[in-house]
Design a protein around this ligand. Structure first.
Ligand SMILES: Nc1ncnc2c1ncn2[C@@H]1O[C@H](COP(=O)(O)OP(=O)(O)OP(=O)(O)O)[C@@H](O)[C@H]1O
Ligand SMILES: [Mg+2]
Length: 388
């Protein structure tokens, strides 16, 4: 069986993830409604998006409605639309999400929070493929694929009379259960690496690999916030890690875990259960990051050099301007007579030539050019001032 690394944006090689991906392949091209369940941060929205993107509706609208975030008083009109005057604030006829998503897919997220009265209407839409705007009596046909998601146990909600039994049975026909990350720990290294690469790439930073022991720590942790928590933690680890490789100490410090790192044998690399093609691909990716970093470093060095050159160039421009002034001032004999306290032009010229020669490591051609004098004049002055 070939291990899956990333498909439809979903990373994972665990059997459970492979089963989910297979199920997506089987059902994506149908119009069947799908219930996606799983704890917070497990990737339910990612699964819903994957279904839409593999469906024949992929070029049409994909709308996500968070049923828990819309006030219960307005959710019916938000979903099904309303007729002008049907309630106080209904100043115009308005389309709801179902009509807007016509031809596409709608994800009703946090479906357990849908008020009971609206659940009846949803059941009708699922069964008849039609909606009725608030304040209207004539139904309108809509062609929308309905996906639903929840992190609550719908069966329990039914038992508590918070959720309609008939709707629950209608929804649960095809259920995708996205497992907690702690139930598929073999996916953690892949996810951690992928998030690290993504973070580094997005921010133009160098990739920081995990040391074998720090990866073990990540893999042993339970991640109550699931993939969302892991993703956020990777960013944190990157930010707080001072070295180029993520160290166990950084993980221990920022993740609420016991420090048992001393039990790890640091002499040997961890044995990874990957086939050669995957290892090769990961190595290439890492190499790319390292290369990219090196290119960045070279760019920085070049920039620094250019700046340094500019700085030198500016200095030399100043020197050469001073020299020009010196030449023009030497013509004014009165000035020389009046400036006994200050350095003589000759002393200044000598110092200037000496300093410029030093900048160019004694290169006469460059010194002459910088001072804006002929090379032969420079030789003459070097002899005259007995410069080395
Ligand atoms: N298998 C995966 N591969 C890559 N990224 C994933 C995977 N699963 C989840 N993610 C990422 O983890 C984060 C949380 O996923 P998502 O929003 O789909 O969770 P959820 O189950 O909808 O959570 P909630 O119930 O809190 O809304 C997202 O950034 C998502 O891209
Ligand atoms: Mg979600």
């Amino acid at each position: 069986m070939q291990n899956i690394i990333k498909k439809y944006g979903i990373i994972g090689k665990s059997e459970v993830i492979q089963n989910i991906l297979n199920l997506i392949d089987q059902i994506a091209k149908t119009d069947i409604s799908v219930l996606i369940t799983g704890d917070s941060g497990t990737g339910k929205e990612l699964v819903a998006k994957a279904i839409h993107e593999q469906s024949l509706r992929k070029h049409s609208k994909y709308i996500t409605v968070n049923c828990g975030a819309i006030p219960s008083g307005t959710i019916e009109s938000e979903l099904f639309g309303h007729k002008k005057g049907s309630f106080t604030d209904a100043h115009d006829d308005r389309k709801g999400f179902f009509e807007t998503a016509d031809g596409g897919t709608i994800l009703l997220d946090e479906i357990a929070d849908l008020p009971l009265a609206v659940q009846v209407k949803l059941l009708r839409t699922l069964e008849q493929g039609e909606i009725t705007r608030v304040g209207e009596s004539t139904p309108i046909k809509v062609n929308v694929r309905i996906l639903t998601a929840t992190n609550k146990d719908l069966q329990k909600e039914v038992a508590k009379n918070n959720f309609r039994k008939d709707l629950y049975y209608r929804l649960k026909t095809i259920t995708i259960e996205v497992p907690q990350l702690s139930k598929r720990k073999e996916d953690i290294p892949l996810l951690a690496d992928a998030f690290m690469m993504e973070y580094a790439d997005k921010n133009g930073l160098s990739y920081k690999p995990f040391s074998p022991n720090s990866m073990k720590l990540l893999q042993n942790y339970d991640w109550p916030g699931n993939i969302r928590e892991l993703k956020n933690f990777i960013q944190l680890a990157y930010i707080f890690e001072k070295k180029n490789i993520i160290q166990p100490e950084t993980i221990i410090e920022h993740l609420d875990i016991e420090d048992d790192s001393k039990n790890y044998d640091t002499r040997f690399p961890v044995k990874v259960n990957k086939n050669s093609e995957q290892i090769e691909r990961e190595l290439i990716l890492r190499q790319l990051f390292v290369l990219r970093q090196e290119v960045e470093d070279i760019k920085k060095m070049l920039e620094m050099n250019i700046n340094a050159n500019n700085f030198r160039q500016n200095q030399l421009m100043d020197i050469s301007n001073v020299m020009k002034n010196i030449h023009s001032v030497t013509d004014e004999k009165d000035f020389i007579n009046d400036t006994k306290e200050v350095k003589t032009i000759q002393e200044m010229e000598k110092e200037m030539i000496q300093a410029t020669l030093k900048i160019f490591n004694g290169n006469k051609k460059k010194t002459a050019k910088a001072l804006n004098i002929g090379e032969r004049t420079l030789y003459r002055k070097i002899n005259e001032y007995k410069l080395r």
